[in-house]
Design a protein around this ligand. Sequence first.
Ligand code: NAD
Ligand code: MG
Length: 394
Amino acid sequence: PAPDRPIPVAVLGATGSIGASALDVIARHPRHWRASVLAGGSRVAELIELCRRHRPDHAVIADEAQFANLRDGLRDAGLTTQAHAGMAAINALVASDACEVVVAAIVGAAGLDSTLAAARTGKRLLLANKESLVLAGELLMATAREHGSTIVPIDSEHNAVFQCLPVDGDRRALASIVLTASGGPFRGRTRADLADITPAQAVAHPKWSMGPKISVDSATLMNKGLEVIEAHHLFNLPAERIRVLVHPQSLVHSLVEFTDGSTLAQLGLPDMRTALAVGLAWPRRIASGVDRLDLLQHGTLQFEAPDLDTFPALRLAFGALRTGGTAPAALNALNEVAVSAFLQGKLRFLDIPALVEDGLAMLPVLEATSLDVLREADRDARAAGVRLLSRHHT
Ligand code: NAD
Ligand code: MG
């Protein structure tokens, strides 16, 4: 049954790939949900276009220099959507009664504050911004627990595990989880093959259509490394009970192993709208626009071990998780610096994990006792990353 009025949803990162998928699913169910707050980084014209289509109450552009453009553009379009700018405005709207559900789909550590703000509200949090979990996972999970916010992971693997875990079941029966990885565009290549990879080659993912940063992360396998750390926090499992299996078809999204020998998996076409539909409606299921999986049409499902020599980023992430403290925050920050430089043509593909490894070796590991300590570790690692860039310069 539909609620009395549609549930208002804030979509943070509305102009991105996950944002588009979230808005697509919401628009399929106008009696149940409506996009009430749309927030984007800096692309004002795209944000205004989304406002035309979805008629939210509020639109926020994170880049404060763009406020006038947003306000005037909304007015010229004849919209009553209220214009705002800056991160503080995003956080305030997340906390206000302008929304009851928050889709956290800003990319990178830039999403941490708004994700934390959402966790403090007791609202349902559809969490795509995996970097905030890598950077401050313990704190974020504790904040959500304390305020009664339900986190539904919007990462295909973690959403798969979420679906396979028994709702009220015995968690002691959970043995381990297996995250699947497509292997990215360079699966099967050797290091020598990867010396001259261009940004265009790296972002051309064979199975998933995603934003540029996560596409590069998928090509280096750092994405899977970030996901191992993400899984550790979401499901409270040690590194030893999280494994990675390469599965090039990207149809099995992850597996959960139980103590009785059962393995449960979630399968589906690679389209994030399924995870977003689960996030909005769980424990119900709703149409997402994604077709059902026809296994006969796909034929074979393959599985292989990840190649850690060619893709050392996955090993580095496991190492940072085992080290703990501020190491995952440093790993994430160094990776953000390296990926951004790679996308600008200032760093070679193989130097992405090399820069992360060198940075981790330089930086001290502190106990992650507070948000301030983590923020400082993030800042220090970015500064170290920038210094290392000159050394790795192509
Ligand atoms: P994207 O680059 O397509 O979109 C990023 C969004 O964040 C844009 O709306 C952009 O305007 C906004 N943004 C960027 N910097 C910002 C800032 N400083 N302040 C405010 N907003 C800012 O990225 P995406 O692929 O949609 O990924 C978003 C997040 O979801 C990432 O953390 C990614 O790891 C995660 N994720 C994505 C997918 C996918 O299929 N795309 C799958 C799993 C997880
Ligand atoms: Mg994923």
